[in-house]
Unconditional design. Structure first.
Length: 423
């Protein structure tokens, strides 16, 4: 029994590994020249930097962390909880320590009282933020805390707060804990381990697939055909929305409806390296929020990971829609944004900018639930139709948007294929 897996990201490779371990024939086909999908790393100067997913969020009990242990990959802590420690003011000055502490206290209180389970299906993250802050003083500390929370939510979930459903937070459970970690060597190190021994065909985009009662023909855009008993499709939700791959026969209406209604956001990064770490003298990993900039407003200092002075701008949701079209222009615009906040910004020594939304094989970042969209639609995406099964983070009911959700969806799809073959 041969299974073709479309997409060599974490979901596809995890499915292949599971099937291969049970002695089944597997071929993974990938449209791009790379494996890893949206968890790739890229060379920036002399460093290897994650240009897609980067962290293991909540590593304790997390299957990604356990897989790292199995492969002997080291992990390092990366504290994402102190990003408000360096808040750049409009007049190019930093908040003093007392003001920063007050803002963090307000942020902590917001999250402590944040109760999406009590929200209506049609309510948005913006509604929940307004519900909390509208009754409080409108002084600078509360306004700044509100802006930071809004910035963090929109960046993390790739969309304006008005388009992030309150149910988004209910549907994503947190079965794990332990803060945030980075894999030594980045996610590419894990991808390479998972892909070991897996049959791969790269640079082979799929145009359509036609299934009968006995097999599935997978046809590349070059016209060549591969035939298998079953197929697992792990392409991103954005690719499914774009109808890049034609299915014959058409998937059930429930799957088409889910593809249409589940949200898929934009997430881009701009990596800048410098000769010196000029932006702060603090020795701990840190980040910056620029509340007066509408595009490059969320930055991380990953110097300790890149082993040279490195800043990464995370641009998601509404700001990402306004990015320049080419990587060089994005780098130039990011440097211009820094110049607006600092008196002196030295030239960068190396740079890299992603273009995930423009990439026809990704079309964006990752999925979310808009207001009014029930998380049970994700379950519909995970149902087999004939000899075809979908996988990927967008099919993980409780961990969509997470790498561990993508990985577990691949294993789930592999088990469904085994069940279909046995039945």
């Amino acid at each position: 029994m041969k299974t073709i897996i479309v997409g060599a990201g974490i979901a596809g490779l995890s499915a292949a590994r599971h099937l291969k371990a049970r002695g089944l024939e597997v071929l993974v086909v990938e449209a791009s020249p790379f494996i890893g999908g949206r968890v790739r790393s890229a060379a920036v100067g002399d460093s290897l930097v994650g240009i897609g997913a980067t962290w293991i969020h909540h590593p304790n009990g997390n299957p990604i962390a356990m897989l790292c242990d199995e492969f002997g990959l080291d992990r390092a802590k990366f504290d994402l909880s102190n990003l408000s420690a360096f808040q750049q003011l409009h007049d190019k000055t930093r908040l003093d320590e007392a003001s920063s502490t007050l803002v963090r206290t307000i942020e902590d209180d917001f999250w402590e009282h944040f109760n999406p389970e009590g929200a209506q299906l049609g309510e948005s993250a913006a509604d929940l933020i307004s519900c909390y802050f509208d009754a409080l003083p409108h002084d600078i500390a509360h306004l700044r805390a509100r802006a930071l929370i809004l910035n963090a939510l929109e960046t993390e979930l790739c969309a304006p707060a008005e388009l992030i459903g309150a149910s988004n937070f209910v549907a994503q459970t947190q079965p794990y804990d332990g803060g945030d970690e980075i894999i030594a060597g980045g996610y590419s190190a894990l991808v390479d381990c998972i892909a070991t021994g897996v049959a791969l065909r790269l640079s082979w985009p799929v145009a359509r697939m036609s299934q009968t009662s006995s097999c599935v023909e997978v046809i590349g855009i070059d016209g060549t055909v591969e035939t298998a008993a079953y197929v697992i499709v792990t392409v991103p939700l954005g690719v499914l929305k774009a109808n890049t791959i034609r299915f014959e026969p058409t998937p059930p209406e429930s799957i088409g409806f889910a593809i249409d209604k589940i949200g898929f956001g934009v997430f881009e990064k701009v990596v800048l390296q410098f000769k010196e770490r000029w932006w702060t003298t603090q020795s701990t990993p840190n980040g910056m929020h620029f509340l007066s900039d509408t595009t490059f407003r969320y930055w991380l200092d990953i110097s300790h990971l890149a082993r040279c002075p490195t800043l990464v701008a995370h641009v998601a949701g509404p700001p990402a829609e306004n990015l320049s079209s080419t990587p060089d222009m994005r780098v130039s615009d990011a440097l211009t944004a820094l110049h607006a906040h600092f008196d002196v910004v030295p030239p960068s020594t190396a740079a890299f900018a992603t273009t995930w939304q423009a990439d026809p094989w990704t079309r964006g970042g990752y999925s979310r639930l808009p207001p009014g969209v029930d998380g049970r639609l994700i379950d519909d995406l995970a149902q087999p139709f004939g000899r075809v099964v979908l996988a990927g983070e967008h099919t993980s009911r409780w961990r969509y948007g997470y790498v561990d959700g993508a990985m577990e969806s691949g294993v789930r799809a592999a088990k469904q294929i085994i069940g279909l073959a046995a039945g």
